[in-house]
Design a protein around this ligand. Sequence first.
Ligand code: HEC
Ligand code: HEC
Ligand code: HEC
Ligand code: HEC
Length: 387
Amino acid sequence: MRDIRYITFIFYLIIPNLFAQEIKLPSNPLAGQIVFEVKKCIECHAISGFGGNIGPDLSRKYYYGSFLELASIIWNHIPQMDRKYRLLKVERPNFTEEEMLNLIGFIYYLRYLGEPGSVSEGKKLLETKGCLNCHQIKGQGKKVGPDFKKIAEYTSPIYMVQAMWNHGPIMQERIKKMGMKYPTLSGKDIVNITVYLRQFTGGNTAIRMSAGNPVNGKILFKEKKCINCHSPKSETSNVGVKLTGIDLKKSVVEIAGLMWNHSPLMLEYMKVKSISWPSFTKNEMADIIAYLYFLGFEDEPGDPIKGESIFEQKGCIRCHESGGKGEAPDLTVMKKFGSPIRMIQLMWNHAPKMEDLILSLNEEWPRLTKTEMQDIYAYLKKVTINK
Ligand code: HEC
Ligand code: HEC
Ligand code: HEC
Ligand code: HEC
């Protein structure tokens, strides 16, 4: 009994780290927007209302899932998409590995950007959350903390949270002293507050959310010592929540809100561990949150044994017979798959020929779920060779 738990525990420690190296994080998730336009996805799909309406608006859905989950959604739609490409005489695009990563990274990222805020909600929140017990705006409120006029000039809600975070310890102390309840923030609260405050600057009211760079964020996660408490690696220092396990598929401000809400306890722990309160400048908070957000991008490792039987069940094996006897190349003699991105890139680029063959054999397009995709990847990764 003990042994099994021990082994499971070791697995839990090792696997996330092994896997972390398979998918490169996109350093600029918005780079995929260019791919999205150049490859003409935009002719059929809108993002927040801009673009074609033949396919669904991709920014509407809550969250599309990990890399292979998104890839499987796209894979399953290939026949319908291809039909439309032909009908509209849009040239069917091919992708390089990098383009595929950027494209899927971009769609994954859409939720991060969140939605616009509401001025009237923001006004209400400043009162209900008790901010005006200490801050002023337009002569309203009290003078314990700084006037909001200064902060209102920041264009992005993320800078607002960054400032709140940086001043967190002092604010917490005052809140305690005044016997107030710690104001928690959820959903779009911060966006609403920012939009309201910006009314008083006479500036541009469009929300410019910083894109955030997950690659930088990963470095900062270490530098700012978050990893001391939130690491899956070392049991002794793992006092924080395992961040891969929680729902971070939220917008940037919602994640910032989570950090804010939990900061009283984090502050306590930091004192115990003699870690000084990390403060953020420039784009740092956006970067670190982009990194947290992308923790869900990487897939869970699949099962190569299940993958082999799915490869049979879905009929892949009938065309991809080993020894090159089938209609399609023997996948086992391919160069080793080092990342799922390459598999998806090749599958997409080869899809038209597969489709023609499938049609001529009067068969159905092999639809795949996320787990099936993960298992197939694990299988192909195992059987392809190191070259
Ligand atoms: C010629 C039109 C067309 C083009 C170009 C096109 N799609 Fe689609 N796409 C569709 C249609 C139609 C659907 C819906 C199919 C269905 O409902 O089965 C769809 C569905 C999807 C879905 C699933 C959406 C959902 O919420 O269920 C995704 C994701 C997607 N496409 C991504 C892309 C990407 C990425 C590109 C560019 C490489 C692209 N599409 C190019 C027509 C197109
Ligand atoms: C109990 C008093 C108190 C409450 C309640 C309070 N704050 Fe503060 N706040 C402060 C103090 C004091 C500072 C300055 C801290 C420092 O000097 O480090 C501050 C700083 C800030 C800053 C940084 C300002 C700057 O110019 O950099 C922001 C932003 C902020 N607060 C937002 C809020 C919001 C939003 C709320 C409501 C959810 C709120 N505060 C509630 C006392 C409070
Ligand atoms: C000294 C230990 C410690 C450090 C350092 C630390 N955290 Fe935490 N963190 C915690 C604890 C403990 C919790 C749970 C707090 C609670 O439940 O209120 C937490 C909660 C969180 C949450 C909320 C998770 C949820 O379940 O909603 C996020 C997000 C987070 N931390 C991010 C960070 C980031 C980013 C950094 C680095 C800037 C950091 N933490 C540094 C201990 C720490
Ligand atoms: C009806 C026949 C057929 C079926 C079924 C089929 N494929 Fe293919 N597949 C092909 C053909 C033909 C090619 C080569 C296309 C080309 O050269 O453009 C190919 C190419 C590929 C490639 C790229 C190989 C390379 O050398 O670059 C991968 C990966 C792949 N298929 C995976 C799969 C998977 C996974 C399945 C099952 C879900 C599957 N195929 C089902 C016919 C098929």
